[in-house]
Design a protein around this ligand. Structure first.
Ligand code: AMP
Length: 459
């Protein structure tokens, strides 16, 4: 087994890896990290879910010097969603290194606030190519001290027309830097860009060995439309229901299904594109910190989701096309863990299911629903509850301050405290459900970092 402690990583990074619960390295990490830590250029064929973000995140953090106030690492991503996700992953890995400043710079966001936050150089920028190029051109971002350039999902960036922007950026940053290129596919234009921006890169293709491929069990279950919600309740009461993602084809069904599940005793939340960004962030935090056990979402809304290894994914409606179906089932069985993907289908949808079978090239079981008699009130509340503190990074609040307040004055044990997410103006902390009210009272009565902030519990 390849463990991270065989690598020459800073103790602070090893501590983060341990806190994240990563045991062995994924194949891409095991193959790329030794070379990357030596400063070599790497081109790797890697999909989402392979652990590539941690691979390049660890590598760039290892060479980072937080005491030098200069931009030292630049990560380019095709979309804002991915950039947000990558930023979050790097922040988690950097949690034990003091004073690391990371900025996310994406197009489609107002330029003013970005310029204001660039009065001092950040150490790391994660962004989309167009906007990063603009800042470099304007002189609001300085590339002269960059040690590591990462091109994440390079094939998608090229598909989206970012070739010139990437070339231009590569020409505007320090001449001697390391370039790490990740791409799911290797078409000629990827080889060409590697040739232009990399020096003697180590090529890595990770073909997951058959036995290590995550086992995803798929099933189609035939159910009349009127019985769908009962069928879903029964499924969620069984295997994997403690952390499940449910897809609906239509936005309005997302709300209805989430409300119905909530009434039936699940901690369920809805996620769709009509929601404000702040509410979406909140829902994602609650799902990831285990204070919501069922997330009901549309395909579009679930796109930026970064949740490892969900045990169960349910299509409340069969996806309209095989590609969407494949995306959905890819949400389970990630990072080498087994998963269950179930699609509820009406009898009329059989041809659509047959088509999916054909595209996937494997027979998938189609079974009629067997509804067991209801077991009385299903009670499947999530194990945690979320408290919100109306203060965040702008108030210089760090996860350690919250942990300190809870374990110190409030007298909780570290085991009762789950994930802590600190945003610019708010912070979320998950607490074991049975102790959440006690924690809330204690936080309200005491102080965090010597100050009184407003704290409340989410339902
Ligand atoms: P990525 O391919 O970067 O999108 O990562 C997929 C997921 O795997 C993320 O949620 C990571 O937190 C998780 N992950 C990354 N490395 C490991 C590891 N060595 N062990 C377990 N999970 C990991």
């Amino acid at each position: 087994m390849d463990t991270f402690d065989t690598l020459p990583l800073k103790p602070a990074l090893l501590a983060s890896i341990e806190a994240l619960g990563y045991g062995a390295m994924t194949p891409i990490q095991a193959q790329s990290l030794p070379a990357m830590l030596e400063g070599r250029d790497v081109i790797a064929q890697a999909q989402t879910g392979s652990g590539k973000t941690a691979a390049f995140g660890l590598s760039l953090l290892q060479s980072l010097d937080p005491e030098t106030i200069r931009l030292q690492a630049l990560v380019l991503c095709p979309t804002r969603e991915l950039a947000d996700q990558v930023s979050k992953s790097i922040r988690r890995l950097a949690a034990n290194i003091p004073n690391v400043k990371l900025l996310t710079l994406c197009g489609g966001m107002p330029l003013g606030p970005q310029l204001a936050s660039l009065t001092h150089d950040p150490h790391i920028v994660v962004g989309t190519p167009g906007r990063v190029q603009e800042h470099l051109k304007r002189g609001s971002l300085h590339g002269g001290g960059i040690k590591v350039l990462v091109l994440d999902e390079a094939d998608r960036m090229l598909d989206m027309g970012f070739r010139e922007a990437i070339d231009d950026i590569a020409g505007r940053i320090a001449k001697h830097h390391q370039t790490l290129l990740f791409s799911a596919t290797y078409p000629d234009d990827i080889k060409a860009i590697s040739h232009r921006v990399q020096r003697n890169p180590l090529e890595i293709v990770v073909e997951a060995p058959v036995e290590a491929k995550p086992a995803i069990e798929q099933r189609f279950i035939e159910v009349e439309p009127a019985r769908k919600i009962d069928a879903l309740t029964q499924l969620l009461g069984g295997e994997g229901g403690e952390h499940a993602l449910v897809f609906c084809n239509m936005r309005r069904d997302v709300d209805t299904v989430a409300q119905e599940l909530d009434q039936r005793g699940f901690s369920a939340l809805a996620l769709h594109g009509d929601m404000e960004q702040r509410d979406r962030d909140e829902v994602l935090v609650r799902f990831a910190n285990r204070s919501c056990n069922v997330l009901v979402a549309t395909d579009v809304a679930a796109r930026g989701l970064d949740i490892a290894a969900l045990p169960l994914v349910v299509s409340y409606d069969l996806a309209h096309d095989p590609e969407t179906h494949v995306h959905r089932i890819g949400r389970t069985g990630r990072a080498g863990q087994a998963g269950l993907a179930i699609a509820l289908c009406t009898p009329r949808e059989k041809p659509k299911a047959d088509n999916i079978e054909q595209v996937l090239g494997m027979p998938l079981p189609w079974r009629p629903l067997k509804l067991s008699p209801p077991k009385g009130k299903t009670l499947s509340l999530a194990p945690m509850k979320t408290l919100v503190i109306d203060a965040g990074r702008q108030d210089k609040l760090r996860p350690g301050d919250i942990l300190g307040a809870l374990t110190g004055e409030a007298g909780l044990k570290a085991d009762d405290i789950g994930k802590i997410d600190v945003f610019a103006t708010r912070a979320y902390v998950a607490i074991s459900r049975s102790l959440a009210m006690k924690a809330l009272e204690r936080l309200r009565a005491g102080k965090i970092k010597g100050r009184n902030f407003r704290v409340r519990a989410l339902n």
